[in-house]
Design a binder for this molecule. Structure first.
Ligand SMILES: Cc1cc2nc3c(=O)[nH]c(=O)nc-3n(C[C@H](O)[C@H](O)[C@H](O)COP(=O)(O)OP(=O)(O)OC[C@H]3O[C@@H](n4cnc5c(N)ncnc54)[C@H](O)[C@@H]3O)c2cc1C
Length: 435
């Protein structure tokens, strides 16, 4: 069989895998990203809503998102190439985030934003009307399933208010942005291999030694990085590290609804992103003058963990449920007869925060468990993962003395130990896509 040798093999060519490849290749490593699909970003990245927002339930989450945001603002200069397929771009919209008991009325978020100098407006319920078309500001908490008689019933009181964060937006095309990173990585010497499935992780002398791919070819490298998205637990099993991790990952099936704007409203060009935990949805303006509506995982909705290679890709009631929840807040929103949107997978950890770490197998690294909320952070993750790998490969014990990453755009030191595979479950998490 053919034998090839690299410094680093990265399993996965999604936005995070490619960002790690680009950063390592810039540092002079001979890298290879391997993906079983035919193109960069064709996995869960392609289905991403690509929202770039700064509110998270923890200060670390806010700091990483703040750092990631600047990469998107500086996208072309960061990549230093022009992709013949086109360049993705960041579109700023601002975000309206509702205050609820679930997010502690955003008090922890406000402190984290303030400590990083992120501006926001603190809005009364009445001021929300300046941002949404004809909203119904009554509280609809808690949420129920579509077939429950309480579905859509409003409480007597109004919502508590909201924050408006002007620095929020989305990236025009997440798959294209991942291709942009591939072109940038190739320009600094990275290799990519598509339509190639990793079937085993090679171990020699107690450390990672490369991968075997379908057909039996072995490709050697002293460092292997698992960035396989919703398949991450399967790759961890190949490497024999899954049962040694305190925090696990699983593939969660999710639906996103696409709903037209109310008549006469140019939401595509004037709309904001919303995160409304009172009705348990987030929304984003979408091409075609649509609303794109994702779920914030209310307690009543069952979480559907699936086999990432065998799950239902058809819409279920969940699509309509999310659309109808949107219409609770915006009664003018027309609900189409035919479900529209997409079905995709998140790679979810036990506390909905990602794992960016080494593993118990020397030379085998993890950038997984992105829990539906790490697209925005990908370039920053690429930067610190490349340094984490250098830190560990030069003999430091990241488990004992966690790597401290000095962020590039903001004056901040990020304790990468926060993302450890062996952390205690983060009880401050929203246990939802919000992180
Ligand atoms: C519906 C949806 C909406 C989202 N919205 C947002 C959002 O608004 N904002 C945000 O920040 N994040 C969002 N996310 C999350 C974000 O998209 C992900 O965190 C991010 O795309 C993960 O990138 P990745 O490179 O880790 O994984 P992926 O893009 O999943 O890439 C992993 C790759 O590994 C490959 N692979 C798997 N197994 C193998 C194997 N055995 N051999 C070879 N290749 C393999 C797959 O083919 C895949 O291409 C959303 C996700 C989804 C699904």
């Amino acid at each position: 069989m053919n034998e090839k040798k690299y410094d680093v093999i990265i399993i996965g060519a999604g936005i995070i895998g490619n960002s790690i490849g680009y950063e390592l290749a810039q540092k002079g490593y001979k890298t290879l990203n391997i993906d079983k699909l035919g193109d960069s970003g064709a996995g869960s990245t392609a289905g991403s809503c690509a929202i770039v927002r700064l509110y998270y339930s923890s200060p670390e989450g806010v700091a990483l998102a703040r750092e990631g945001y600047y990469y998107w603002l500086n996208w072309r200069r960061y990549l230093r190439v022009t992709d013949p397929a086109g360049m993705a771009f960041y579109k700023n919209t601002g975000a309206l985030v509702f205050k609820t008991s679930m997010n502690k009325y955003l008090e922890p978020v406000k402190s984290a934003l303030e400590s990083l100098g992120v501006g926001y407006l603190d809005l009364s319920p009445d001021q929300i009307k300046d941002y949404l078309p004809n909203p119904d500001l009554r509280s609809f908490y808690p949420q129920y399933t579509l077939n429950d008689p309480n579905f859509g019933k409003a409480a007597d009181e109004n919502v508590a208010g909201a924050l408006f964060l002007p620095e929020t937006g989305y990236v025009s095309d997440p798959k294209l942005s991942t291709h942009n990173v591939e072109i940038a990585a190739r320009a600094v010497g990275a290799d990519f291999m598509f339509n190639t499935e990793v079937t085993d992780v090679l171990v020699e002398n107690g450390r990672a030694a490369g991968v075997e791919v379908a057909g039996g070819t072995k490709i050697f490298a002293p460092v292997v990085v698992n960035v396989s998205g919703p398949h991450s637990y399967l790759i961890n099993r190949m490497a024999g590290v899954e049962d040694k991790m305190k925090i696990k990952t699983r593939a969660l099936r999710v639906e996103v609804a696409h709903v037209p704007s109310p008549e006469g409203l140019d939401w595509e060009n004037t709309g904001v992103i919303t995160s409304d935990s009172d009705i348990s949805i987030y929304t984003r303006p979408e091409v075609g003058n649509h609303f794109l509506i994702g779920s914030e995982e209310p307690k009543c909705d069952p979480l559907e963990y699936v086999d990432p290679d065998n799950y239902n890709t058809d819409f279920t009631d969940q699509n309509r449920t999310q659309a109808m929840r949107g219409a609770m807040r915006l009664p003018d929103m027309p609900i189409p007869n035919k479900n529209q949107g997409l079905v995709d997978l998140y790679d979810v950890t036990d506390d909905w925060y990602p794992i960016y770490d080494k593993s118990d197998l020397p030379g085998f690294y993890l950038a997984i468990g992105t829990s539906g909320n790490q697209y925005k952070n990908a370039p920053a993750v690429g930067a610190f993962m490349s340094e984490l790998i250098q830190y560990c490969e030069s003999g430091n014990d990241h488990d004992k003395t966690p790597f401290q990453y000095q962020t590039k755009y903001i004056n901040h030191t990020l304790d990468i130990g926060f993302f450890s595979r062996n952390r205690e479950i983060n009880r401050n998490s929203s246990f939802s896509v919000i992180g």
